[in-house]
Write a protein that binds this ligand. Structure first.
Ligand code: SF4
Length: 67
């Protein structure tokens, strides 16, 4: 699974960081770093983070051609 954060939308609320700290990390107040390739054992956490983000900035999907 892959994840993209729309950093133009992200307001640094850090819900994603609390829910999936192995994937999302905040540097300073607003600089969100993340792993674009989600490890399998982090999928559920990332899906929860996507749902929890107040501005819907966390977008998840499968790579094209994978199913
Ligand atoms: S929860 Fe959303 S707004 Fe908050 S840091 Fe994560 S991506 Fe940004």
């Amino acid at each position: 699974m892959q994840v993209v954060v729309d950093l133009n939308r992200c307001q640094g609320y850090a819900q994603c960081v609390f829910l999936a700290p192995k994937v999302f990390e905040l540097h300073g107040d607003e600089a969100l770093m993340y792993l674009p390739e989600v490890p399998d054992d982090q999928r559920e956490h990332v899906l929860r983070a996507a749902t929890a983000c107040p501005v819907r900035a966390v977008l998840v999907g499968e790579p094209a051609g994978a199913d």
